[in-house]
Design a protein around this ligand. Structure first.
Ligand code: ASP
Length: 441
């Protein structure tokens, strides 16, 4: 039988009405066997996520303040869910444990994980499925890095004997049994790990949008919906800030070749976006899959006559950044110049030390630092077999009166990246999108 793993995000499980919708989706197909849950998210625009309320409790407890108010809000939210769903669940006992742990100075990760823990436990009770605690299956090492293989073994051992199960997302445990969380939005990663462990035929990621859009709708009005996107394209767009799906959740599915389907809990009939290894051949050919931009980059351009014949210059320059713990994003070179593009937030703290090292160790003719850059990425496998895309992109940017500061085409021809000034980013994206949608597509 087919096995589908489902992950429901916080807005899909924000209250009893949403949980009912999720339950209908789960029950509508017996292949939908394993369910990963987030903590209750926002019910409306100005609501607060349970995970954030838990962090508020922790902040209050740490500073010696009173955590009673945010904890009461958490209890109230779960109480409403328990009552409206009519599940048999001892919420008071669970809240008493959290309160005791808070007084004992429990870790931030433990506390943050309780939103997923409680929500999954009561959803398991509502569905009549066994609850499997992620703390017993998702393993991190002493540095807090996921142990993917041990996790795979444990998840398989726990889930294989079960027809159905509900698991909390977002957390696991370290070598001493202590709770460790992924970064925010990490339940997506848990879902992907479960999908890989049970060799699922599909990983459904249920959220509050009907899939991904080809551009940010706050920048481009009514962008096209993406029907299919490859894992690689998604990686490129996530790197640039597309945030429908957690970046780290792609790898486990990619490794196991499991397609991911982004779906909308509020519109379950919408097909959503399929994330796959390679795009189906039956699709009409298209040039680009998406356009995205990200601000907050700095370029450090180093000039030195005859740089091209100085063996080891590039390695030495990059080593300086590595020595200061700053990873580089792009590195365009000329004959006598080399630029290193880095995240401004990483560079700021060690700017003077890095520049001093460059001057001392490399004796350059000039070092030019340019801040407030944005990178705009045009992503799509289709670019490799259609002519004129680069020309269309650059002329669109030029015609919009925007100066391009750097161009980088990935060697896989999967993306073209242009650096522009931050203030020009939105206009550059609009210009590129408009041109590619009418023309080369
Ligand atoms: N509840 C966590 C967060 O708010 C994890 C998740 O929802 O995926 O980030």
């Amino acid at each position: 039988m087919e096995t589908i793993v489902l992950k429901f995000g916080g807005s899909s499980l924000a209250d009893a009405a949403q949980i009912r919708k999720a339950a209908d989706i789960i029950r509508s197909d017996p292949a939908r066997r394993y369910v990963v849950c987030s903590a209750p998210g926002k019910r409306s625009g100005n609501d607060v996520k349970v995970t954030d309320l838990l962090y508020q409790c922790q902040d209050a407890a740490r500073s010696g303040g009173d955590f009673a108010a945010p904890l009461a809000q958490i209890e109230q939210r779960f109480q409403e869910i328990v009552q409206e769903l009519g599940v048999d669940f001892d919420l008071a006992a669970e809240i008493a444990i959290i309160s005791r742990e808070l007084n004992a100075g429990v870790s931030r990760a433990y506390l943050a994980s309780r939103g997923e823990y409680l929500n999954s436990k009561l959803i398991a009770a509502y569905l009549g499925f066994p609850f499997v605690d992620a703390a017993d299956c998702v393993c991190f090492d002493a540095e807090g890095t996921l142990d993917a293989e041990e996790t795979n073994r444990r998840l398989y051992a726990a889930l294989n004997p079960l027809q159905n199960a509900v698991l909390p997302g977002f957390y696991g445990s370290g070598p001493e049994g202590e709770i460790v969380t992924f970064s925010r939005g990490g339940s997506d990663v848990t879902g992907a790990l479960v999908a890989r462990a049970v060799m699922a035929s599909l990983y459904e990621n249920w959220t509050d949008v009907s899939g991904m859009l080809a551009a940010d709708p706050r920048i481009v009005p009514n962008p096209r919906q993406i029907d299919y996107i490859s894992y690689q394209e998604l990686r490129e767009l996530s790197y640039m800030g597309f945030s429908v799906f957690h970046e780290d959740a792609v790898f486990p599915c990619q490794k196991a070749g499991i397609p991911i389907n982004i779906r909308n809990t509020n519109r379950p009939a919408d097909p959503g976006t399929m994330i796959v290894a390679s795009l189906p051949r039956i699709l009409p050919p298209r040039t680009i899959t998406g356009v995205a931009g990200h601000k907050g980059f700095t370029s450090i351009q180093v000039e030195k006559a005859m740089m091209n014949s100085e063996v080891g210059f590039g390695a030495a320059l990059l080593q300086i950044f590595a020595d200061h713990g700053v990873s580089f994003e792009h590195c365009p070179t000329g004959i006598d110049t080399m630029s290193v593009i880095v995240h401004s937030s990483l560079f700021q703290g060690c700017r003077d030390a890095i520049l001093e090292d460059i001057r001392r160790k490399l004796r350059p003719d000039a070092v030019i630092v340019e801040e407030h850059l944005a990178l705009v990425a045009v992503v799509g496998h289709g670019m490799s077999y259609s002519r004129g895309v680069a020309g269309a992109i650059f002329s669109a940017i030029g015609e919009a009166g925007i100066n391009i500061r750097m161009i980088d085409q990935g060697s896989s021809e999967l993306n073209i990246i242009a650096a522009v000034e931050e203030k020009d980013m939105e206009n550059a994206i609009r210009a590129i999108y408009a041109r590619l949608e009418q023309g080369v597509r």
